[in-house]
Write a protein that binds this ligand. Structure first.
Ligand code: SAH
Length: 363
């Protein structure tokens, strides 16, 4: 068994190659065995030790002391319009996580979840119904990509951490996940093709900048003033827009990666021309990219999507400030459900059970 001082405290699929080497050395195995096992887990995407045909049977049996994390596909919904696939996975402990495969001209993108449920309590989001249950392990984030690539037999080239959960609240697991996903000995996905979306956990944005990763940071802004943002996102009670944008500017200056600003347009709430002008002035010094998302109505919430003409007017107004503005292309609209809706539906989650974790936000 592994000695405590070398035990990284992670399941085997979350271990780095180096950690795996240490573990197998304790088992009297040469270093090349670690390379083989790592390759089975992270390149051949093995779902069991029994698949590892060039590993001696006796070692495969020994390895079963370290359960190999695998996600089981509960359901897949396939869009007939554009091939978007929504997966509901069952985790080893029975919890559910959802992921989406989107096919863009630049490649296949997987949207991964970082937590089971979410404690952030954004008013328009279904992921927060039921609150946070637990963090996902690095292996459980990787497995969402691995099972989808195995299922479709198509290479996943881009990953967006925009599914259920607040990734910067699961910081260590997120960073480990990025290293394993982008490492040369794994799927070797370019760090430039990874986007991490956050509601704005300011200290963690500074930390992420220091990791010297080439990943894109996306900030969920959704309002141009603190007053309005506080009505939509409890996190705005903890950090002001000014503090948050300062952290984003810091992220850009350290990493050289431009930040993306996400703005969900909600009819009559944050979608007026005046809102667009205020947002334009606010973001002008940052010169980032703005991604407009017509809000996905969530049955349990009362918000409505902005009219198409309002979305276009908002975009045109923002562009006058020199931004690159995109309207998120709607994929899978026939199988749609906003973030977290699949799981919420399956688990019968209702608003009453999903109050945000008030102790986190203070006042
Ligand atoms: N916690 C992270 C990542 C998960 S949400 C974050 O807040 O960024 C991914 C994006 O989808 C966020 O911008 C989020 O605000 C947005 N979102 C959530 N529910 C939505 C809905 N019903 N309609 C449109 N966008 C939504």
């Amino acid at each position: 068994m592994v000695q405590a001082e070398h035990d990284p405290g992670y399941d085997i699929r979350s271990m780095t190659r180096r950690e795996l080497e240490i573990l197998l050395r304790k088992e009297g195995q040469p270093a090349y065995r670690a390379r083989q096992v790592f390759n089975w887990m992270h390149v051949k995407l093995a779902a069991s030790y029994d698949e590892m045909s060039d590993i001696p049977l006796s070692l495969r049996e020994r390895l079963k002391d370290w359960p190999l994390t695998v996600l089981k596909t509960e359901t897949v919904q396939v869009s007939r319009l554009d091939g978007t696939r929504k997966y509901l996975f069952r985790l080893p402990d029975g919890c559910m996580a959802e992921s989406v495969l989107m096919r863009y001209h630049h490649g296949n993108t997987v949207c991964v979840s970082s937590q089971v449920g979410c404690a952030m309590g954004c008013r328009f989001c279904a992921s927060t119904l039921g609150g946070k249950v637990r963090d996902l392990l690095p292996s459980e984030m990787l497995e969402q990509v691995y099972r989808i690539q195995t299922d479709t037999k198509e290479r996943v080239s881009h990953v967006v951490v925009m599914g259920t959960g607040e990734p910067l609240e699961n910081y260590d697991n997120l960073v480990r996940f990025i290293h394993l996903l982008t490492g040369e000995e794994g799927l070797n996905i370019s760090q430039r093709n990874i986007t991490v979306s956050t509601c704005g956990i300011v200290p963690r944005i500074y930390d992420l900048a220091q990791e010297k990763l080439a990943v894109t940071l996306a900030l969920s802004l959704h309002a141009p003033t603190d007053e309005l943002r506080r009505q939509l996102m409890p996190i705005a009670r903890k950090y002001t827009i000014e503090e948050t944008l300062k952290a984003c500017a810091g992220y850009f200056s350290v990493t050289g990666r431009r930040v993306t600003f996400e703005y969900s347009l909600i009819s009559g709430v944050n979608d007026s021309i005046q809102h667009a002008k205020t947002l334009g002035q606010l973001l002008a010094p940052l010169k980032g990219h703005v991604n407009l998302i017509p809000v996905n109505p969530v049955r349990e919430r009362s918000f409505l999507r902005s009219a198409h003409s309002d979305v276009v007017n908002f975009k045109n107004t923002l562009e006058k400030y020199g931004f690159h503005v995109t309207i998120r292309r709607e994929l899978g609209s026939d199988i749609d459900g906003a973030c977290g809706q699949l799981r919420a539906k399956r688990e019968g989650l209702k608003e009453e059970s999903g109050k945000p974790d008030e102790s986190f936000f203070g006042d």
